[in-house]
Design a protein around this ligand. Structure first.
Ligand code: PLP
Ligand code: ZN
Length: 481
């Protein structure tokens, strides 16, 4: 395995920590020079190997390393760190929601990863590599650092905590730009947490400066090991669709653009190895408050396209609120390859409003899902793609619910309280708003507290009154007799 530069195409040894090309400063991808050898195994044999592995009880092969040869093939299983990441469920939406959206779709619940977002896939890969380097005495006393919109730091801190004491972690977060749940995660894992004024893009600059001047391990998606691990998302979709991806559309939100890069690369690797016969359509989604990738692709003429970072506005899809995506060069290069390999344009980017993101998230969760705001963004993007004929009614979509809903419940609370600040440009629709009702007797003598218990008669009266109020509210029928 080698690092390969996307700028000058030079390769560099994998046995050092590299984040950018030492020659030209471009971002890197990890390439497996054994990829050619992979082709000596038939697609059919690979499929059978992976289906067989799905039945195994070896922990290190349960998660992303089920696809070992396509991820960190140099890493022996003893060095693999498995905290339960990967193998996340693909859940078909009910008919009601599919009718609203216009086509058949599934959510892939990446919020069911250990730190409750897809970031665990990349971290399992990056920390397995760190552990391998430590096991071989190439590295010791690692300080793992990252900047984060919340979920990267939660994941990095979790894996670092597991590998104590050889690895310690420090995370940089934009002050007040992560949810309380996301802040609590690295704190609970024992990481050093630094809050930095500004937005994520500012944090990222600090961490890059840190990584180029001090001996730290950078865990942002600039780290090519992260991208490698996130490719497992594509492999799982391929396997769960029984290796047939005809008419399948994969929808992901775009923030720093690491995930969409990984998803494209993963499908291309499986396609080249003959494991899948079709490259699914890829749709990236951005909020109109953080849409540099969408703007880039607005220009139809490839020659004339020019990347310009944008200044972000507040977004409920806060984990994707990034104006200058680190992986933009990866997206440009991989999308071009992906389209070429398909023989036609097969990667698209949609833009959605903040209102659409919130409403589709709430609608999804009203129908039995656990989508976060970015999952809402994905679904809103699918609906937009359907309405603008980018996808048709005969296609089937897999929509990425990138984190668990509870990580972003702050935005749901604000929406339900009608308190989302104006800058987000989101109005609360009464059809979605839900609030708890306090049910209590009006007579204070009939109200129990933890300190003051009621005597029997009053307590019976309390139970009656509260029961009656609930029965009235729910319009319940009394049991006869
Ligand atoms: C990181 C993240 C994103 C954005 O992914 P990128 O790889 O940065 O494009 C989207 N949703 C959630 C929940 C995330 O944590
Ligand atoms: Zn280079």
């Amino acid at each position: 395995m080698v690092y390969e530069c996307l700028g000058c195409s030079k390769t560099h040894s994998i046995e050092t920590l590299l984040y950018v090309c030492p020659d030209c400063n471009h971002v890197l991808m990890i390439r497996n020079e054994q990829d050619q050898e992979h082709q000596s195994i038939s697609g059919d044999l690979w499929r059978r190997i992976f289906d067989y592995r799905k039945m195994l009880k070896i922990p290190s092969m349960k998660g992303i390393y089920r696809y070992h040869e396509f991820l960190g093939s140099i890493i022996p299983l003893e060095s693999v760190v498995y905290l339960g990441e990967g193998h996340t469920p693909i859940v078909e939406s009910n008919m009601r929601l599919q009718e609203k959206a216009g086509l058949r779709f599934f959510f892939k619940n990446d919020g069911q990863n250990p730190s409750a977002s897809f970031k665990d896939r990349g971290m399992a890969s990056a920390f397995s590599a760190l552990k391998y380097f430590m096991d071989r005495n190439i590295l010791s006393d690692v300080i793992a650092v990252c900047a984060s919109t919340g979920d990267t730091s939660a994941a990095a801190a979790l894996y670092a905590a597991y590998l104590q004491p050889g690895i310690k972690s420090a995370v940089l977060l934009p002050h007040k730009k992560v949810t309380p749940q996301q802040l609590s995660q690295p704190l609970g894992s024992g990481a050093k947490v630094f809050e930095i004024p500004g937005v994520f893009d500012d944090c990222m600059k600090v961490v890059e400066h840190l990584a180029s001047h001090y001996t730290v391990a950078l865990l942002n998606s600039k780290n090519a090991w992260r991208i490698l691990g996130q490719e497992s998302y594509s492999y799982e979709i391929a396997q769960d669709f029984d290796w047939n991806l005809e008419n399948v559309v994969v929808v992901v939100p775009i923030g720093n653009a690491g995930n969409i890069s990984a998803v494209m690369n993963g499908f291309m690797k499986f396609f080249q190895a003959g494991i899948i016969q079709t490259l699914p359509k890829i749709i990236g989604v951005q909020s109109e408050h953080a849409d540099p990738v969408f703007k880039y692709y607005l220009e139809e003429n490839e020659e004339k396209r020019e990347f310009k970072p944008v200044d972000v506005k507040p977004s409920v899809a806060q984990a994707a609120m990034i104006g200058n995506p680190v992986s933009m060069p990866r997206v440009i290069s991989l999308a071009r390859q992906y389209n070429q390999m398909t023989g036609k344009r097969n990667v698209f980017v949609c833009q959605v409003s903040e209102q659409e993101i919130m409403d589709w998230q709430l609608e999804a969760n009203r129908n039995g899902h656990i989508a976060c705001t970015q999952g809402g963004e994905s679904l809103a993007g699918l609906v937009k793609a359907y309405q603008t004929n980018l996808v048709g009614a005969t296609e089937t979509a897999v929509v990425d619910a990138t984190a668990h809903a509870i990580k972003f419940s702050e935005f749901q609370n604000l929406y339900f309280d009608g308190q989302i600040p104006d800058a987000f440009r989101v109005d609360s629709k009464s059809e979605f708003v839900n609030q708890p009702s306090l049910v209590s007797p009006s007579d204070p003598m009939l109200v129990p507290t933890q300190e003051k218990r009621l005597e029997k008669e009053r307590f019976t009266e309390f139970v009656h009154q509260v029961t009656n109020q609930i029965a009235q509210n729910l319009d319940l029928k009394q049991i006869d007799g």
